[in-house]
Design a protein around this ligand. Structure first.
Ligand SMILES: NC(=O)c1ccc[n+]([C@@H]2O[C@H](COP(=O)([O-])OP(=O)(O)OC[C@H]3O[C@@H](n4cnc5c(N)ncnc54)[C@H](OP(=O)(O)O)[C@@H]3O)[C@@H](O)[C@H]2O)c1
Length: 318
């Protein structure tokens, strides 16, 4: 292994987690998949060596890498995605026993979380936090609609409930909806049984509509999200679960004085404010299943099956 640069740390990876994005990359859905690239963006581990000018970290610190190695804070720039997204076309991912990171591109893990739990945060939790809290400025008493029960969705549920918001969550599974209720969901809708979930959401809010909608579906859900939105509400445009490139009629948004927030994960600064909130409310991520390092391919298959509720983790250190 080559020597660390002055401002780098060497991390022994404890655990990594999977995101829907990792399936998209595997399938070359963005047409920019690089053969041989190390996959995955989300890791947590322990610092085992530091460069000569590292001041923020010591050997033994428990840390997680930010999704963007180069978006530290402030305004997002295009090169953050192109050059800094871990496991993307230009930057190596984290499915490895050791990773090297710049000291500014990592965050301290909340004390109440295990490495497995912390490994679920960098993509899904930071995205939910960035949408609802940084851009949406979510307030207690507001309503939130969340699509599905995957990683981003369940973090949004837990964060919104902790803030005192009223959450409507949709799922294809009544069993998953029952579990979402135990996490504090206010209302649940089975989108297979009630395809017009937007009308159901309007009825549940006495016709007012929902203040924040996490748009995770894309083409098959976007028009319904616009219909279900309250005046002055926010659509947080995040996901592509039903494909790319929705072309909804945006005209109704004008008559709702509404916002569309394009969301792309988040910065190191966002990750740190998220972690402070997680610590304050002692929020524990929902892990559906853990796999051994040697079973990484089975973990991908399980993600593709969409049976999971929350996050899927791979233990790198047994
Ligand atoms: N913009 C960003 O920065 C960003 C960051 C993270 C993720 N994303 C995107 O956000 C989406 C979610 O990511 P994830 O990693 O959380 O995914 P995930 O954990 O794989 O979530 C999969 C779940 O989504 C639900 N789902 C699928 N089709 C649906 C539909 N038509 N309506 C409602 N729910 C549906 C299903 O839940 P049920 O089984 O309960 O039905 C499924 O189990 C993906 O499209 C991902 O690419 C974007």
């Amino acid at each position: 292994m080559s020597a660390l640069e002055d401002d780098q740390v060497l991390i022994q990876v404890g655990a990594v987690s999977l995101n829907y994005r990792d399936l998209l990359i595997l399938r070359n859905a963005g047409q920019d998949t690089v053969e041989g690239q190390i996959p995955l963006s989300d890791a947590a581990g322990t610092v085992i060596a530091i460069g000569s000018k590292v001041s923020r970290w010591q050997v033994g610190d428990r840390v997680a890498a930010n999704f963007f190695s180069n978006w530290l804070g402030g305004k997002y720039q295009a090169q953050h995605y192109l050059q800094g997204a871990l496991g993307g076309s230009q930057t190596a991912g984290v499915l490895a026993e050791h990773i090297v990171a710049n000291q500014d591109a990592i965050v301290a893990i909340p004390a109440h979380l295990t490495l497995q739990q912390a490994a679920t945060l960098p993509c899904a939790a930071v995205t939910a936090w960035h949408a609802l809290f940084e851009r949406g400025q979510l307030q207690a008493g507001e309503t939130v609609l969340i699509q599905g029960t995957g990683g981003v969705a369940l973090f949004a549920l837990q964060l919104a409930v902790a803030q005192g918001a009223k959450v409507i969550i949709t799922s294809s599974s009544d069993g998953k909806l029952a579990r979402a209720r135990t996490l504090g969901a206010w209302q649940t809708i089975n989108y297979r049984q009630q395809a017009d979930w937007d009308e159901v959401a309007l009825a549940l809010t006495d016709g007012a509509g929902v203040d924040h909608i996490l748009e995770l579906g894309g083409p098959d859900t976007y028009a319904r999200s616009i219909n279900a939105l309250a005046s002055g509400g926010h659509i947080h445009q995040i996901g592509v679960l039903t494909g790319f490139g929705p072309t909804p009629n945006l005209w109704p948004l004008q008559f709702k004085n509404a916002h569309i927030n394009g969301i792309l994960v988040g910065s190191v600064a966002h990750f740190n404010t998220l972690n402070a909130f997680l610590s304050q409310h002692q929020i524990t991520p929902v892990i559906d299943q853990e796999f051994a390092y040697e079973q990484a391919s089975a973990a991908f298959d399980y993600l593709a099956s969409a049976q999971h509720f929350g996050k899927i983790v791979i233990n790198v250190q047994s």
